[in-house]
Design a protein around this ligand. Structure first.
Ligand SMILES: *Cc1c(COP(=O)(O)O)cnc(C)c1O
Length: 387
């Protein structure tokens, strides 16, 4: 269980990104955290050690990452995992057969698959509701509801959940409120400050930002949840290796800088797409035409680089995927390089067709992860591909 030190909580976000979680290396004074590539630690005598006994339980590089991300989210504890889904798996394992969860209906496809295909079979119960309206959450709650789980903005429909409203509801009912903050990142949205108890990230995405590792992290400010998650992290062992932690930690140092550029290009490209004759609809919370733009401005300080748009024609979508030169056709998101994707057959293939259609996730929906290249080059690339 990694708890923040007081020094991890000082200074502003941009400074914390670089300094929170720092290791003071006693051997050489290394500025960068060493990669503690070790499975075990020498003990001075029986029961005499420096707090490190075995690599699944403790690793200093992993702790540095956990402290860094927890600091950015404004939490007291961080727990790193081998993937975002391993983090979610641990969240669900806190509960037991008969417990009920209310979740957003536009979750990341893999999250929904884990809930429905793995945990429903073990007797846990999930309701998936449109979280754009907090009343849908309230209506779905039962006496057995133990957790509300949401993503905002969602992937790829950019639906928003009102974090303060859901936070108040959960507070009144004594229900745990967990938020997957992978899309917005703590640079633009801090769910704990709106009443969430638990924040989840796929560090694979923006936090690492360089598309060279897979990982996940949980952050909480509740002692009881930290106790349980720490136990499960060690008991089930879905931990990341030290190298991947080091890569993620290198990524978070530039997170504030990268997010500024993702956001600047995201806004410019979303706006440009709205003027394109072949584009029927653009989904981006930073557009004044987004139905929840006012909410977006209240709970987010930036809108990032994720954009979806509807071209209304599967053949045109196929041609766009084949024609872009800077945007690579690939799954995933949040890296420095721009990606283009097809949610219906990639990230959301695991979501039932009827559910996809009901929310507007069509076969002609195109999703962009806008990287940090020059904005003008990205627009030219899309313009040529769409024409
Ligand atoms: C990718 C992703 C996940 C899953 O994370 P992995 O690291 O791929 O296991 C969960 N939630 C969101 C929003 C994601 O984009």
């Amino acid at each position: 269980m990694t708890r923040l030190r007081e020094t991890d909580k000082s200074h502003r976000l941009g400074t914390r990104a670089i300094h929170a979680g720092r290791i003071d290396d006693p051997l050489a004074g290394a500025i960068m955290p060493p990669v503690y590539q070790t499975s075990t630690y020498r003990q001075e005598g029986l029961g005499l050690h420096k707090g490190y006994e075995y690599g699944r339980t403790h690793n200093p590089t992993r702790e540095a990452l956990e402290r860094n991300v927890a600091s950015l989210e404004g939490g007291d504890y961080g727990f790193a995992f081998a993937s975002g889904l391993a983090a979610l798996d641990t969240v669900i394992k806190m509960f037991r057969s008969g417990d009920h969860f209310v979740c957003g209906d536009n979750l990341y496809g893999g999250s929904m698959r884990l809930m429905v295909r793995v945990y429903e079979a073990m007797g846990l119960e999930f309701s998936f509701v449109d979280m754009r309206d907090v009343n849908n959450v309230a209506r779905a709650m039962k006496p057995t509801t133990r957790m509300v789980y949401c993503e905002t903005p969602t992937n790829p429909m950019m639906f928003l959940a009102d974090l303060a409203a859901v936070g108040d509801l959960c507070q009144a009912r004594g229900t745990i409120f967990a938020v997957d903050n992978t899309f917005a990142t703590p640079i633009f949205q801090r769910p704990l400050s709106f009443g969430a108890h638990l924040v989840l990230h796929s560090t694979t995405k923006y936090l690492n930002g360089h598309s060279d590792m897979v990982g996940g992290i949980l952050v909480t400010n509740r002692d009881d949840l930290a106790e349980r998650i720490g136990f499960l992290q060690n008991a089930a062992g879905g931990v990341p290796g030290p190298w991947d932690c080091w890569l993620a930690l290198r990524g978070t140092k530039t997170l504030p800088l990268r997010m500024k550029q993702h956001d600047a290009s995201g806004r410019a490209i979303a706006q440009w797409l709205t003027t394109h004759p072949k584009v029927q609809r653009v989904y981006y919370p930073g557009l004044t035409s987004h139905p929840q733009h006012e909410l977006a401005k209240r709970q987010m300080s930036g809108f990032g680089g994720m954009i979806s748009f509807e071209v209304g024609d599967v053949e045109l979508a196929r041609r766009i995927f084949a024609a872009t030169k800077i945007f690579s056709l690939a799954e995933s998101l949040g890296g420095v390089e721009s990606l283009i994707g097809h949610p219906a057959s990639q990230t959301h293939a695991a979501v039932p067709v009827a559910m996809r259609q009901a929310m507007g996730l069509t076969d002609s929906l195109v999703r962009l992860s806008v990287g940090v290249e020059e904005t003008a080059d990205l627009i030219e690339d899309l313009d040529r591909a769409i024409r």
